[in-house]
Write a protein that binds this ligand. Structure first.
Ligand code: ATP
Length: 599
């Protein structure tokens, strides 16, 4: 067996494994449906023969009535049962399909964070989503085909027996011509498959533009910068390419259809000529002529359906392979040791850490070493792109250093159980995201919150409690209007306060604030930093800010330049040094003085 066939079988087994897990009774329905499907065509093949025999023989009205009544009764029962089973199957199938959708969602949550910033992986996610999102392709289609294939095989076997009785060569001829038709279609299928990546790429571009056009959060920029035109242009460019690709695919199928039509005409000609000659030579009766005509037509249609079903399974199995490949992507893993990092205090060391993003040719951090003592407040400062956020991503294990080590309490952070490790941190990111859930859910990240006092206290501490208290539904108000007309839209500064409340509620032992106060004015930011700092008591904290006055209170300041530690010390020490930090501080102080703020 070649590797492709093996892959198809493995994919079918994979799907069947999950059908067995999520909806075992589907197998029973398939069995029953197959029997009805396999037998159903033979009623209307045999009934005409029986009627002709009767009409050209004894002409018994009673027997004709019995033949017709039985035929209608059996056909009715079979037809009803088929419809019923098919309807029930469709419902059950959705359970299975949603199971796969959930599986994909869980996988994307567990994947290495690095993948989420990799465009190739985003393409793969889109293909994997397509595989499960509808029943016209991918896993959904394979499940549908699995439902009808056994019945089609039963039908094929019965038809074969009838036709072989007539003439085995005719059976062979039909089979060969049908296999040729399959090859025509298969060529088109393969072409379709070869376009998959390009199609997905263009669809992703079009989808991106559509999403941004409809995203309220982008509304301001779209209007102010006249982005509508460029977005629409990009969308229609991508759409045009999608149409081009799909048209090219359709044209391949059209050509395959024309070739198949010619082949069909030849096939039918030979078969009918054979049947007519057989009647003329009195080798078969008129009633058998009718029976074989129906049987031959039935066989061809049946075979075409079966071939199409197999071909669909073949093509769509490749999507299933993509889906399964995607499931194998590296997950964020805890190390083998799975140590619990929980301790009374945390001593953090960056030991000659270097880092380069995947698919990047530049080291963002170079030999970076720093020691953060327990309870210390460290300020990370430096110009845009210096590598400050990257340091946070490494410390929180969103990425792994490409060189050197990060140690907490003397142990490489890789050794710690990842889930436990992440619990250590309360982080407010620069581009922190909140969800269209209630305020309470956004703070607690819990469906039901037992500790009402704690989250209300977090809101109070981050200075947003007064605002949420005035809302009609208070903390049960939904954020944003995307899912709820009565949802509230908060200002940038208020969103940042909510993000801080979330960090306070989490109560991590190590605090990281990556410039979350950018939407606030300099004085408000400085106030929030100092107030926040009082709240976290003796916890270790890393603060990132571009406004150097906000972080001057920190125990130490690390000034980064091009991924290297350029200057390090207290605010006073760095000012005395008179280097890059002091220069930047002076410029900012000058600016604020001009603006009328007193330092
Ligand atoms: N996912 C990524 N892939 C490749 N390069 C990246 C990625 N994320 C960031 N970079 C690059 O790494 C460099 C450092 O980025 P980083 O976000 O750490 O800087 P920063 O000091 O926090 O800057 P800012 O003050 O603007 O927030 C930048 O040049 C950026 O372009």
């Amino acid at each position: 067996m070649n590797s492709k066939a093996k892959a198809v079988i493995n994919n079918l087994l994979f799907i069947m494994k999950y059908i067995a897990k999520w909806k075992k009774s589907i197998f029973f329905d398939i069995g029953l449906y197959s029997v009805f499907l396999g037998l159903s065509p033979f009623i209307w093949i045999y009934v005409p023969k029986l009627l002709i025999d009767e009409l050209t023989g004894q002409k018994s009205t009673k027997r004709i009535t019995i033949i017709l009544a039985s035929a209608f009764l059996i056909a009715g029962i079979i037809g009803y049962s088929k419809e019923f089973l098919q309807g029930r199957f469709r419902m059950k199938m959705n359970t299975v399909r949603y199971g796969f959708i959930r599986m994909l969602a869980e996988k994307t949550m567990k994947m290495d964070y690095a993948y989420t910033e990799d465009p190739d992986i985003l393409k793969e996610v889109r293909i994997a989503m397509k595989t499960v999102n509808n029943t016209a392709e991918g896993i959904g289609l394979v499940i549908i085909k699995l439902f009808s294939i056994p019945g089609n095989i039963i039908g094929f076997l019965i038809f074969s027996i009838i036709i072989i009785q007539l003439n085995p060569f005719i059976w062979g001829l039909l089979l060969i011509s049908l296999l040729l038709s399959y090859l025509f279609i298969d060529k088109a299928n393969r072409y379709q498959r070869s376009c998959k990546d390009d199609l997905s790429h263009e669809e992703r571009k079009s989808y991106y533009a559509s999403i941004k056009l409809n995203d309220f959060q982008y509304g301001k920029d779209i209007r102010m910068y006249g982005l509508k035109r460029i977005l629409l242009q990009k969308k229609s460019e991508a759409d045009e390419k999608v149409v081009q690709i799909t048209d090219a695919v359709k044209s391949r199928y059209l050509h395959a259809g024309i070739k198949e039509g010619v082949l069909m005409a030849l096939r039918e000609g030979i078969v009918y000529a054979y049947l007519i000659i057989s009647v003329l030579n009195k080798n078969i009766s008129i009633s058998n002529f009718v029976l074989y005509t129906f049987a031959l037509n039935g066989f061809v249609t049946w075979m075409q359906t079966t071939i199409k079903d197999f071909s669909d399974i073949w093509v769509n199995s490749l999507y299933v392979s993509d889906f399964r490949e995607f499931l194998k992507k590296d997950e964020e893993s805890s190390s083998t040791d799975s140590l619990n990092p929980k301790a009374l205090q945390y001593d953090i060391v960056f030991d000659k850490v270097s880092f380069r993003y995947p698919n990047s040719e530049r080291d963002i951090l170079k030999n970076f070493s720093i020691h953060i003592s327990p309870g210390e407040r460290l300020a990370l400062v430096g110009i845009n792109g210096a590598g400050k956020t990257t340091l946070v991503k490494l410390l929180t294990r969103l990425y792994e250093p490409t060189g050197g080590r990060i140690l907490i309490n003397g142990i490489d952070i890789k050794e710690y159980d990842l889930t436990q490790y992440r619990k250590l941190f309360s982080v407010v990111f620069q581009d922190t995201k909140l969800f269209a859930f209630t305020i309470r859910e956004n703070i607690t990240m819990e469906y039901e919150t037992a500790n009402t006092e704690k989250y209300q206290e977090s809101l109070r501490q981050s200075g947003i409690y007064e605002k949420t208290g005035k809302l009609e539904k208070k903390e049960e108000t939904n954020l944003f209007k995307i899912l709820d007309e009565e949802g509230v839209e908060f200002s940038g500064g208020e969103i940042q306060k909510l993000s801080m409340a979330r960090a306070l509620y989490k109560d991590g032992d190590i605090i990281i604030m990556d410039e979350p106060t950018a939407a606030l004015d300099a004085l408000a930011e400085s106030r929030i930093y100092t107030e926040f700092d009082n709240l976290i008591k003796n916890k270790t904290a890393v603060y990132i800010s571009h406004r150097l006055s906000s972080t001057r209170f920190c125990d130490n300041i690390a000034f980064l330049e091009n991924g290297e530690l350029k200057e390090y010390g207290t605010h006073e020490q760095l000012m005395q040094l008179g280097g890059a930090y002091a220069g930047m501080f002076q410029i900012q102080a000058e600016y604020y003085r001009e603006e009328g703020h007193e330092e």
